[in-house]
Design a protein around this ligand. Structure first.
Ligand code: PMP
Length: 400
């Protein structure tokens, strides 16, 4: 009989990097896990309506690319992105009032990757980043992972206040300001043109990078499109504009773009080379073809989403307790609610989910000083009838 050998000593593995230890996963993902029951009407996610995906149009684009240029589509490609897609996008961006060439653009794997690349290219640990309050959650995650100090700039329903911004820049000496000026996630609010000009002027005077993240701008249901901050005087060498195919075509394609001045764009290109070499060639070429029909598709999406926005605005007054306020977005996917004093949307959520409806509590969207009375509703994923029913359930869940 053999005697069992004593197990050799095992030393613990070294710890995670400090930046990885300090940052949690997205609280929205945790909430989505709780609300995955099919009977739940889920206003919590940020998902485009799946029935609106142009399955046939996208399938045709992929089929044509594979039939006509299979060797290019299946091959490695340059990190900057497919010239055909970049030039098509440059024309589109130019047509919206911001003169752009293919060389100004870097194709990214979703605009989320653009945020990571910019953090790599611009931020040292300890650098300060200014954000809106509340702010897009996954941007807070990126800046946290980069070891940045995140400071919220005071604002109102029109976005950050330019005077408060100027003061914050003087006091904090930040490297960059991160904004979603159009149909913001999570509030749905849009910054008016004079404020965009004022923000660009602060960046010009004080020396500041601005990341202008615009995944929702094309989803406009009424009103007129304001200029990008990137197109305002003083912005040309210091505003980075981000765009995405996620909300206008399909998020599963993971296609976004970044428009930045040459030196920063080159630094992002090197960071991208190290991250994933390049964004999927096949997806890029299919999207380049799809650009020709994108306007028609976006018009369809706008019509449907606009009705859903209206359905939510119609049902909200009866669903919410007296004294609640909410945003009335002209586009995008989200609407922001503030309940009356003493309500706490995080504490209330389990009771609301019992009614088979869900929202996202507002607290995680604040870099500092969360407002416990706030919550985010996504209005594009359900039909108007489902929205009406979801709001009736929300009303029941919120009754104290
Ligand atoms: N920025 C904002 C403000 C967003 O809401 C999103 C998507 N939720 C993204 C960036 C990332 O989009 P994607 O990576 O799919 O392009």
């Amino acid at each position: 009989m053999t005697v069992a050998e004593p197990a050799p000593p095992r030393a613990p593995v070294p710890p995670l990097a400090a930046r990885a230890r300090g940052v949690g996963g997205s609280p929205i993902r945790d909430i989505l896990a709780v609300t995955a029951r099919p009977e739940v009407i889920n206003f919590a996610g940020g998902l485009p309506a799946p029935e609106m995906f142009d399955r046939e149009g996208i399938a045709a684009a992929f089929r044509d690319v594979l039939a006509e240029t299979p060797e290019q589509a299946l091959q490695y490609a340059t990190t900057e992105g497919e010239p055909l897609l970049r030039s098509g996008l440059a024309d589109r961006i130019t047509s919206f009032g911001l003169p752009t060439t293919a060389d100004d653009l870097l194709i990214t794997t979703g605009s989320q990757q653009a945020l990571s690349l910019l953090a790599t290219a611009l931020l040292e640990p300890g650098d300060t980043v200014l954000v809106e309050s509340p702010c897009y959650l996954a941007a807070l995650q990126v800046f946290g992972l980069a070891g940045a100090r995140v400071v919220a700039v005071p604002g109102d329903e029109d976005g950050v206040d330019p005077e408060a911004l100027e003061e914050a820049v003087r006091r904090e000496r930040p490297k960059l300001l991160y904004l979603v000026p159009t149909f913001q996630n999570p509030t749905g609010r849009t910054m008016p043109t004079p404020r965009r000009e004022a923000v660009a002027a602060v960046a010009a005077r004080q020396g500041l990078w601005i990341i202008e993240d615009d995944p929702y701008g094309e989803l406009r249901y009424d009103g007129t499109r304001p200029p990008w901050i990137a197109a305002c005087p003083g912005a040309e060498d210091r505003v980075v504009l981000l765009g995405s195919f996620s909300k206008v075509m399909a998020p599963g394609l993971r296609l976004g773009w970044l428009r930045a001045p040459a030196e920063l764009r080159r630094a992002c290109t090197v960071a991208k080379q190290a991250a994933d070499v390049h964004t999927a060639t096949l997806n890029q070429l299919a999207a380049a073809r799809y650009l020709h029909v994108l306007d028609t598709h976006v018009a369809r999406v706008r019509a449907v989403y606009g009705e859903r926005r209206d359905a939510m605005l119609t049902g909200l007054p009866d669903a919410l307790p007296e004294g609640s306020t909410w945003s009335r977005p002209e586009g995008g996917m989200f609407l922001w609610v503030r309940l009356p004093e003493s309500y706490d949307t995080t504490a209330l959520l389990p009771r609301v989910v019992e009614q088979d409806v869900a929202y996202v509590p507002g607290a995680p969207f604040y870099a500092t000083a969360p407002d416990p009375r706030t919550l985010r509703l996504c209005f594009v994923t359900q039909t108007p009838e489902e929205i009406a029913e979801g709001l009736r359930r929300l009303g029941r869940g919120l009754k104290v």
